[in-house]
Design a protein around this ligand. Structure first.
Ligand SMILES: C[S@@+](CC[C@H](N)C(=O)[O-])C[C@H]1O[C@@H](n2cnc3c(N)ncnc32)[C@H](O)[C@@H]1O
Ligand code: SF4
Length: 392
């Protein structure tokens, strides 16, 4: 697909900042994130200094940007002390303008919640926690290799509230080994009983380079997965949650603004081992990523890049749609042009074909996947790829 690129938007709007902290107590058998078992002591101060040095090196390309969201993810960020998180946030705020209503999220593993630590994060400026619950079934947590039981999840939520957090996400996975629909539903009910504002409900996937991929556990079949989804959906809706993305459910107004920035194809900066960033400028849209291994990252000189790539028209179309089609709100053709710098007419034939097949809808200028299309997003996307077969 080709088109004359114009200047994509991004330069003047809010910036999302992702900070990756790559260490975990142990590696879960399903996880393909850039996470590494911690051996020895955590080089907290050295790592925070490296993150800020990366930021210093990137500042010339960030002038005029204001931080709208910051997400500290991992790995297990909750291994870091409140002091280290505070020096990170002070360091960012002394280098970049921060929006008054900035969303600052930190990922917490319930097995690492030391007394008072979450309150320290709150005092440091973190205002949203994302707690990795995964399941409330002790047996399933064992199979998943988790370092915590169900009680630690409730304790982490109680600690979070006592520490002053009201905006709390719980991560749950479903489609777990030998999981029945009633077990998956019990997990959702247990999560809802803790009254989070947001719930991420991921289907467990077998990712290459994980233990589960090499030795696959017995996973529920397609029919059971469909039953699980059909059972959980009305319970989440009944509890006041809205599904605003394939796996993301939120109380009204509690959508994750940081993740929305990714899904809307806005700009983001990535700091830390293996972190990816995407920035738009008058020259186009550039992706950059940092050295992935923590030791290699720490030993390198800022900006510690492992690679970079200017996105061409085909990448832009594909990446834009791959993200935005996940959102219930869909997209407008004007937003497509603003984000990619490409003319929107080129999408029209594919969009019309998908609408004719009932896979997409157009309402008040917004294109969205229909319920049927939402269930077959890969097929939908294939329609926009050059020489790709159409979904039947
Ligand atoms: C980057 S992980 C970090 C959270 C934190 N380290 C923890 O595990 O508690 C974010 C979330 O992705 C989900 N996840 C990780 N691997 C997955 C997989 N193979 N399939 C589905 N969801 C997965 C889990 O729910 C996890 O909490
Ligand atoms: S704790 Fe989280 S990031 Fe670490 S290995 Fe397990 S799922 Fe991956």
């Amino acid at each position: 697909m080709s088109a004359a690129p114009t200047v994509p938007a991004g330069g003047s709007e809010g910036l999302a900042v992702y900070v990756h902290l790559p260490w975990c107590v142990s590696k879960c058998p399903y996880c393909d994130f850039n996470s590494h078992t911690l051996r020895g002591s955590l080089p907290e101060a050295q790592y925070v200094a490296a993150l800020l040095a990366d930021l210093d090196a990137d500042l010339p390309s960030l002038s005029g940007r204001r931080v709208a969201s910051l997400f500290v993810g991992g790995g297990t960020p909750s291994l870091f002390s409140g002091r280290s998180i505070e020096s990170l946030l002070i360091g960012v705020a002394s280098r970049l303008e921060i929006a008054a209503d900035v969303e600052i999220t930190l990922e917490v593993n319930p097995g690492t919640v030391e007394r008072g630590r979450l309150a320290d994060y709150r005092a440091a400026g973190v205002n949203r926690l994302s707690i990795g619950a995964q399941s409330f079934d002790a047996g399933k947590l064992r199979v998943l290799g988790r370092i915590h039981g169900p009680e630690e999840i409730s304790a982490a939520v109680a600690e979070a509230r006592a520490g002053g957090f009201s905006n709390i996400n719980l991560d749950l996975m479903y489609g777990l080994p030998e999981q029945s629909p009633s077990q998956a539903l019990a997990d959702v009910r247990a999560a809802l009983a803790l009254e989070p504002t947001h719930l991420s409900h991921y289907q467990l996937t077998l990712e290459p380079n994980t233990r589960f991929h090499h030795q696959p556990p017995p996973l529920p079949d397609e029919d059971t997965l469909w039953e699980i989804e059909s059972a959980c959906r009305p319970v989440l809706v009944g509890a006041g949650f809205e599904r605003y993305e394939v796996s993301a459910w939120a109380q009204p107004g509690a959508e994750c603004r940081h993740n929305l920035a990714y899904w809307r194809f806005a700009d983001y900066l990535g700091l830390g081992a293996g972190a990816h960033g995407k920035l738009s400028s008058a020259e186009g849209v550039r992706r950059r990523w940092r050295i992935a291994h923590p030791q290699g990252y720490l030993l390198a000189a800022a900006p510690r890049l492992a690679g970079e790539r200017w996105l061409v028209a085909e990448d832009l179309v594909c990446e834009y749609l791959m993200n935005v089609l996940r959102l219930r709100e869909g997209f407008t053709l004007a937003a497509f042009t603003a984000r990619t710098g490409l003319a929107a007419q080129q999408l029209a034939p594919s969009l019309e074909r998908l609408r004719d097949r009932g896979l997409m809808t157009l309402e008040a200028g917004r294109w969205r996947a229909s319920d049927q299309g939402y269930a077959h997003l890969d097929g939908l996307l294939a329609e926009f790829l050059p020489a790709a077969p159409s979904p039947s």
